[in-house]
Structure formats: structure tokens, C-alpha cells
Design a binder for this molecule. Structure first.
Ligand SMILES: *[C@@H]1O[C@H](CO)[C@@H](O)[C@H](O)[C@H]1NC(C)=O
Length: 373
């Protein structure tokens, strides 16, 4: 923000009752003195007046500067991106009205965005790497790892393949993740992006944030075959967060514990150095749900019904089935609770604050098992 003073002044305003009290006290003192008002008394009053005047003026200036920034009307230094914020004004497919629970979720998301997202920013094409585009069926899907994203990518490969694929499950999982097999919105020009954001059916699938996190931990750190993650993240986590690590652990990084993983996540250095890996990055950072107005917010907890609703809205429900049999991960609330038992209340709280936005935006309640209260 351009006006660091603003916060200080906002703080001062909270104490304005105290200030008023002190000023009244001062004037009483002056009255007590009666006739003996001296030059010193007068200059102190004058000084107080000057201080209050300058504080008020700075305050007004700061408010104006901030308002200018928000609306992009700041003369001379407009940094407005050509990408609008897709918050209002896009039509809702009429079919969607039939799905009242989906409608409720959208409205809740919108309210939560208004209430909690203070920093409004504009999108750049870089922000749209997770948005997969299907031009044939006018679809945009923002993929969130650990939320059935392999199966959604398979489905989109079938939809965009011109008949080369017909069965999603016939596509090997690793092929679904090959960059370049599907187009993302970030590859298009600004005009093309805007046109698609305005007219396509946009959807996203989310999951209880801590279940997703535990699922990511189990998948990336407890399976032997994920050596790339062990090398890239495991070795670093052990080096930083384990007391007296064995040379072998430092070298392989293949036995990271969940508490160590949590320490890594809440360590301020982690995000300062690089963005979170997409498997544990927050949905609101991956998909920008307060800037992109998703038509459908699907949930992992109701995957089958929500996936069916999306396919119906896309008009392809007759041509393929969403492969829900692939929902093999067994991470649920009980499982998450077991992992969180070994996390201290302080770290539970830090972790909750980290993922707080995803809890709020997607209407997930604070897990019962947390010991932060
Ligand atoms: C939000 O969650 C509460 C509690 O789980 C539920 O009763 C409510 O229906 C949800 N609201 C929406 C709009 O999904």
C-alpha cells in the first residue's frame, strides 16, 4: 500500500476516546489555573491543535490515495491490467438454477470474498496456468491437485481429443499430467482470455483443506516411488526441521514426518523463497475464486453428483461418465484427525491460519479435532 501512515493513524483513531479524555483533562487543568493562563499554556494548546490538524489532513490524503489505487483512477501511475476481474456481470446458465445447492455455494463464496478478501488485485495471464480450456464445449476447469484432478484431466482429454480417446480410464494417469496435452488459459492472448472467461462454463473442485493436505503428505512423502519429491522437498525439510538428522535421511529425504512437514509449511522462510508446491498450495492462490466467478464449485465430498452436474451443464452427459471409481484415496476426517494428534496446539493454529481462506471461502467448518481454542 502506498500509505504506510494509514495504519498508524487508523490505530490512533481507535484511541480517540483516550485522546479526547486527555485533552479534556488538560483543559480542566487550564480552568483550575484560572487567571494564571500563561504563554506556555497557550503554546501547548496551539501545538496540540497543529498536531491534530496535520494528522487529520494526512488521513484524508491517505484515504484518497487508497481509493484511487482501488479504482485505478490514480493519475499518472495507472497499473490497471487489461484483464477485468470477473466478479459480476457474467450470465448464469439457466440449467444451473436447477442445482440449488450449487447456487448456494456460489453465493456463499461471493459473500465470503466480499467479507474476507481485502486485497483486491487484478489478474495477469501468469495467474491462469491452472485453468484448463476446452474450446469445443466452452469449458474452463481450474485443477486443484488432490481433488480428483487426474480424472478431470482425463475427462477433458477425452472431450478435446476429437475422438482419439473415448474412455477416460484408458488414459494413463501420467499422460493426463503431461504439460501440453491440455491447453491452459494462460496460453491465450488477453482478448482471447477475456472472451473465454465471459462466455465459458467455469468450474472448480475443492476439498476439506486439511484432508487435502494430509492426502498430499501421504502421497508425496510416504510412498517410496515419489523420489522426485523426496529429493526436492524432503531433503530440505529434514535439513531445516530435524534435530541431528542421519546422513542417509539428509541425502534421500524419504522419511519426512507429518510434524516436520507442518513445520516446513508454517516457516515464513518457505513462502519467502518460492511459492508452495501446487499439491499444498491453497486453492484460493491456485484458482483465484474471488476474481474468477466460477459457475460451479464442486466438492470432493459430493464428487459423483457434482461431476454429473458439470457434465450435464456441458451437454456431454450422454457421451462419457466421470470415473469416480478412481477416487481411491482414503484420507477422510478420521484420518486427518490421527495425523493432527501429533501437532502441537500452537502449530495447529498456525496451520489453520495458513489455510483459513480455503476454509472460509468454501464453507468448511473448523475441524473438531483441532486444539486451538
Ligand atoms: C455451509 O455449511 C453448513 C454446515 O456444514 C451447511 O449447513 C450449509 O448448508 C452450507 N451452506 C452452503 C451454501 O453450502
Amino acid at each position: 500500500m502506498s500509505c504506510p501512515l494509514l495504519n498508524i493513524i487508523a490505530g490512533l483513531r481507535h484511541h480517540c476516546i483516550n485522546v479526547t479524555f486527555i485533552v479534556s483533562l488538560f483543559f480542566c487543568l487550564v480552568c483550575e489555573c484560572g487567571e494564571t493562563i500563561t504563554f506556555i499554556h497557550l503554546s501547548v494548546v496551539l501545538m496540540l491543535c497543529l498536531i491534530f490538524l496535520s494528522v487529520s489532513l494526512t488521513h484524508i490524503y491517505c484515504l484518497n490515495a487508497e481509493a484511487g489505487l482501488k479504482t485505478g483512477r490514480r493519475p499518472g501511475k495507472s497499473r490497471r491490467s487489461p484483464l477485468p476481474t470477473f466478479y459480476n456481470g457474467d450470465q448464469q446458465p439457466e440449467l444451473l438454477a436447477a442445482h440449488t445447492s450449487l447456487q448456494g455455494r456460489r453465493e456463499l463464496l461471493e459473500q465470503a470474498c466480499l467479507g474476507h478478501m481485502r486485497k483486491r488485485r487484478v489478474l495477469s495471464p501468469e495467474d491462469l496456468k491452472h485453468l484448463i480450456v476446452d474450446d469445443k464445449h466452452s469449458l474452463i476447469y481450474c485443477y486443484v491437485p488432490k481433488v480428483a484432478c487426474t480424472n478431470w484431466k482425463r475427462v477433458l482429454m477425452v472431450l478435446t481429443s476429437d475422438g482419439r480417446y473415448t474412455d477416460p480410464l484408458a488414459i494413463p494417469a501420467n499422460e493426463a499430467h503431461v504439460a501440453g496435452n491440455l491447453r491452459t488459459l494462460s496460453e491465450f492472448s488477453v482478448a482471447e482470455i477475456n472472451q473465454r472467461l465471459r462466455s465459458y462454463l467455469k468450474f472448480i473442485f475443492v476439498r476439506e483443506p486439511f484432508e487435502r493436505l494430509v492426502s498430499a503428505y501421504r502421497n508425496k512423502f510416504t510412498r517410496r516411488y515419489n523420489t522426485a519429491f523426496h529429493k526436492r522437498y524432503g531433503t530440505k525439510i529434514i535439513r531445516r526441521h530435524r534435530l541431528n538428522p542421519k546422513p542417509e535421511a539428509l541425502e534421500k529425504g524419504d522419511d519426512v514426518t507429518f510434524p516436520e512437514f507442518v513445520q516446513y509449511l508454517v516457516d515464513p522462510r518457505t513462502q519467502r523463497e518460492e511459492p508452495f508446491n501446487e499439491h499444498w498450495e491453497r486453492v484460493h492462490s491456485l484458482c483465484h475464486p474471488c476474481l474468477i466467478h466460477y459457475n460451479v464449485v464442486g466438492k470432493y465430498e459430493t464428487l459423483e453428483a457434482d461431476a454429473q452436474a458439470v457434465l450435464t451443464l456441458a451437454g456431454v452427459e450422454g457421451t462419457l461418465q466421470f470415473p469416480t471409481s478412481g477416487k481411491t484415496t482414503t484420507t477422510d476426517g478420521h484420518m486427518a484427525a490421527r495425523y493432527f494428534k501429533h501437532i502441537s496446539p500452537l502449530y495447529q493454529k498456525k496451520l489453520f491460519n495458513l489455510y483459513r481462506m480455503d476454509f472460509l471461502l468454501f464453507n468448511y467448518s473448523t475441524p473438531e479435532y483441532l486444539r486451538t481454542r
